[in-house]
Design a protein. Sequence first.
Lengths: 156, 169
Amino acid sequence: MNINEIEVGYKLPVFTSKTSVKSIQMGAITSRDWQPLHRDQTWSKEVGKLPDIIMNNYTYSGWLSRYITDWAGPSSRIGELDFKMITPIIPNDLMVFQGEITKISKCTKNITWFFIDISILVQDNKVTDSSAKVAIPHNNNPVNSPWKLKKEDWNP
Amino acid sequence: MNSLPEKVQNWIGKVVVTEKEVITVEKGLWQNYCAAIEDGNDLYWNSEVALEYTDGLISPPGMLPSWSASNEWEPNQKDRNRPMELHFLLKEALNLELGIVAGIKFKYFEPVRSGDKITSEQKLMSVSELMETKLGLGRKWNIDVIYTNQNKDLVGLQSVRMMAYTKNK
């Protein structure tokens, strides 16, 4: 990817992944969220009045971050991530991630900020609305890595 | 009753819950999380690549709040806070039995690395009037969380938009 060729309106590659009972439980447990609505199907339906166990918010942030860095590469650095959960994501949902660049601005001489709107769709319905701000270096030279910026120069 | 109890009014604008260094950040824990979301980012897995770009492996940013969550069980454990304890304190104070997260905003600062110990401060920003929601009668509230490491460096800010309700009978 040549980031110098990316303009506002650029669409990130679509990414899909199907959830399962195991993947939603794994996301919750490994993010240290012990609440029953993320791991106990009986509790979720009978007490929580939910359709099934639902994905916890730290798993959402993981998937959204992964979508960004899968595209931008490991040298990219996420500064900001905002998301709104419209409808819960449950087991056997096929998540479809779509992203679009909405703004581009300079971070340093060798690093650019990209602002991305991201949606997660399930069966053509938008279930999550998100926006992110990610710093991407102009090349793969580690010297230009945004992770090497001094604390005072990192202003997400 | 629509008005807020005095206790809750007094919490607004203040840090109500502090979680101080409840666990130590470690690679094995974050790699389990990466496995759950199938995230193969080299910065979380590959020491050589991470050393080039970030001076060593880092924890995925999505896991930041997890480093303030106590173990589900520990020997000789007495009182253990729940994840986002302030949310539960509000539910109890306002007699709202169920709660959900509507949205979250993160800002990420210093990366989190193996061996770090994270402290978080949960600050109540606002509480709405009672309202009819799709799920039942309830309230919305906003909680800000400030995360710092053992060196007092800011590692992240989180704003959580939550809702709690009494289910419709």
